[in-house]
Design a protein around this ligand. Structure first.
Ligand SMILES: Cc1cc2nc3c(=O)[nH]c(=O)nc-3n(C[C@H](O)[C@H](O)[C@H](O)COP(=O)(O)O)c2cc1C
Length: 368
């Protein structure tokens, strides 16, 4: 028995309980159609994870506004048809005693011009270069208001679909993260400058959702704690200040996309995990993701003070992750056989997409 992992968790303000502390991290799969209509395959995959025992499932980054698409097969939640698909996700998850969230997303400076037919948008304009071939168009006041409305409308759709809540994707250099980032956000109006101003768009979305929906509907925010890979402008002190502002709002959790939950903070001799936990303990529920692959790693993160652990890579090969780590059944480790992923619901588009991530998939079937 994994002690902390298998203890239930209560979202106090919402009065909603999780049967355990394991969370399916949001995982883009590229299995929706080119209009963002979720496919039976992706719903099958999510159902496998619900059946496998995760307490909470967060469906992949989902488009809320036309110009924000990042992947050919990215799901969207903008139409009645798409809402119906999410109803199936909600029902299947509930049937297994778990809770279902969807991650609401706009690609911001990372939105793909080829999919959107336009230059990406962001808090400030960027000149065309190798990174932004069409440049980046600065959002005006009217467009910012429309975007806030789009996130709130998608949350209302999630609620009507029967989902238990939404996660706002403010990590990984996408739109909401772009606003938090002083390198990308050089505005001098009320949406830029101070950390309060840069966080305003997120807070307006949170308040908008709270005005529309009952309090048991969960609202969480995903943040990157610091720079990763070659990104710039995401600094720990800024992100902790943002998280503190969010914790003072009526939210249910902050989810840190750590990359590696066991790394040192950039340029420091202290663990990133303890930096985050020390700054926020007692202020909001803390969910951590990143290199939490087995039960021991999960228990380490929980005993350091996190409330919930989100499992990404390992879930792909082990939708029954919590069952396995609880019962001492060996986990399948990456690279995962394509046939295994198929058995978990993945279709060819999904396997091709995951196959492009180094070390994740072994393609066993020769193409005919
Ligand atoms: C294939 C793949 C797709 C992902 N898609 C998303 C996504 O849609 N939204 C998001 O916030 N993070 C996404 N991530 C990041 C994961 O949620 C997670 O934070 C990351 O994989 C680290 O956790 P892990 O070491 O358990 O994999 C993705 C990661 C992978 C490998």
């Amino acid at each position: 028995m994994r002690q902390a992992l298998n203890s239930g968790f209560q979202f106090a303000k919402a009065g909603v309980r999780l049967k355990n502390r394991s969370v399916l991290a949001p995982l883009t799969h590229n299995m929706s159609d080119s209009h963002g209509n979720p496919s039976p395959a992706e719903l099958d995959w999510l159902e496998h994870c619900a059946n496998g025992g995760f307490g909470l499932l967060i469906a992949a980054a989902t488009q809320v506004w036309p110009g924000g698409r990042c992947w050919q097969g990215q799901p969207a939640l903008m139409t009645d048809l798409q809402q119906q698909a999410y109803s199936r996700f909600a029902e299947a998850t509930r049937a297994h005693g778990a809770l279902a969230l969807v991650q609401l997303h706009h690609g911001g400076v990372r939105a793909a011009p080829a999919l959107n037919g336009t230059a990406p948008v962001g808090p400030s304009s960027e000149a065309p270069d190798s990174r932004y071939p069409l440049g980046v168009t600065e959002l005006d006041e009217d467009a910012i208001q429309q975007l806030i409305g789009a996130f709130v409308t998608a949350a209302e759709r999630a609620y009507r679909a029967g989902l238990d809540g939404v996660e706002l994707h403010a990590a990984h250099y996408y739109l909401l993260c772009n606003f938090l980032n002083p390198v990308l956000n050089r505005r001098t109006d009320r949406w830029g400058g101070s950390v309060e101003n840069r966080t305003r768009i997120l807070i307006e979305i949170i308040r908008g959702i709270r005005q529309q929906l009952p309090r048991q509907f969960l609202v969480g925010v995903r943040l990157s704690p610091e720079n990763y890979a070659n990104v710039v402008g995401i600094e720990l002190q800024n992100q902790l200040a943002v998280a503190n502002l969010l914790a003072a709002e009526d939210i249910d959790y902050v989810h840190f996309s750590m990359g590696d939950s066991f790394k040192l903070a950039n340029g420091k001799n202290t663990a990133l995990l303890s930096e985050v936990i020390n700054a926020l303990t007692g202020k909001t529920t803390l969910m951590m993701a990143g290199n939490i692959r087995d039960g021991e790693a999960a228990e380490r993160v929980l005993s350091a003070g996190a409330d919930l652990v989100a499992i990404g890579t390992s879930a792909l090969g082990n939708p029954d992750w919590i069952y396995k780590v609880t019962n001492g059944v060996p986990l399948v480790t990456p690279p995962f056989a394509d046939t295994l992923l198929q058995a978990h619901g993945f279709n060819e588009a999904g396997i091709t997409y995951l196959g492009a991530v180094p070390g994740l998939v072994v393609i066993s079937k020769p193409k005919t």
